[in-house]
Ligand binder design. Structure first.
Ligand SMILES: [Zn+2]
Length: 187
């Protein structure tokens, strides 16, 4: 017997996701967005973790848990070379939507995010500006639906053909419509 050397990642690495980063309390998060658009869904904070709302058949909803809008983009830090998923609320995502509508894409948009008052739950201030980095110099964006499904442990047909889950996750790409103010005026 001899070792099986390989030049690629193990098979299970194919189904791994990128880590989720939120705006830190005391530092400024700086990165360049790699996805063309944001991906958003309603989520609950339920049993100690963020989980997507799966209305109309949603356990947190049945238990009266509030839901919030969360937006996600993939982002890359030139300094750390780390590719990750940035999560923000509707209020912070307004600037992402404005940037997308102005430049027709979010890819290449530099974000600087920090919290007002440097408090853990302080309002997120998000600045967007074109980074000037050529799109070809940025990492390719991941499949955000797939990444979030892996993180949230939601089987997708292409990830796990044997999964017998009731339906696909309630993740939708938001059109250019105005964002809900607080996530409660859900249609
Ligand atoms: Zn729900």
């Amino acid at each position: 017997m001899s070792p099986q050397w390989m030049n690629n990642l193990p098979d299970e690495a194919q189904n791994q996701s990128l880590p989720i980063h939120r705006t830190p309390a005391t530092k400024t998060l700086t990165a360049i967005i790699t996805s063309e658009d944001l991906l958003a869904t309603f989520t609950h904070y339920y049993r100690g973790r963020t989980t997507p709302c799966e209305k109309p058949d949603c356990e947190p909803c049945r238990n009266g848990m509030p839901y919030r809008y969360h937006a996600y983009v993939s982002a890359w830090s030139p300094r750390s070379q780390l590719h990750f998923i940035f999560e923000c609320t509707a209020q912070a995502a307004e600037n992402l939507v404005a940037h997308r509508d102005k430049y027709k894409t979010l890819r290449g948009c530099q974000i600087e995010a920090y919290r007002w008052g440097k408090k853990q739950n302080g309002r997120v201030v998000l600045h967007t500006t074109p980074s000037g980095v050529a799109p070809s110099d940025l990492p390719l964006p991941p499949d955000l639906v797939k990444c979030l499904s892996v993180l949230w442990n939601i089987p997708l047909p292409q990830l796990d053909p044997t999964a017998v889950r009731k339906r696909s996750p309630a993740i939708v790409v938001q059109p250019a419509d105005p964002l809900p103010a607080n996530g409660r005026d859900r249609p």
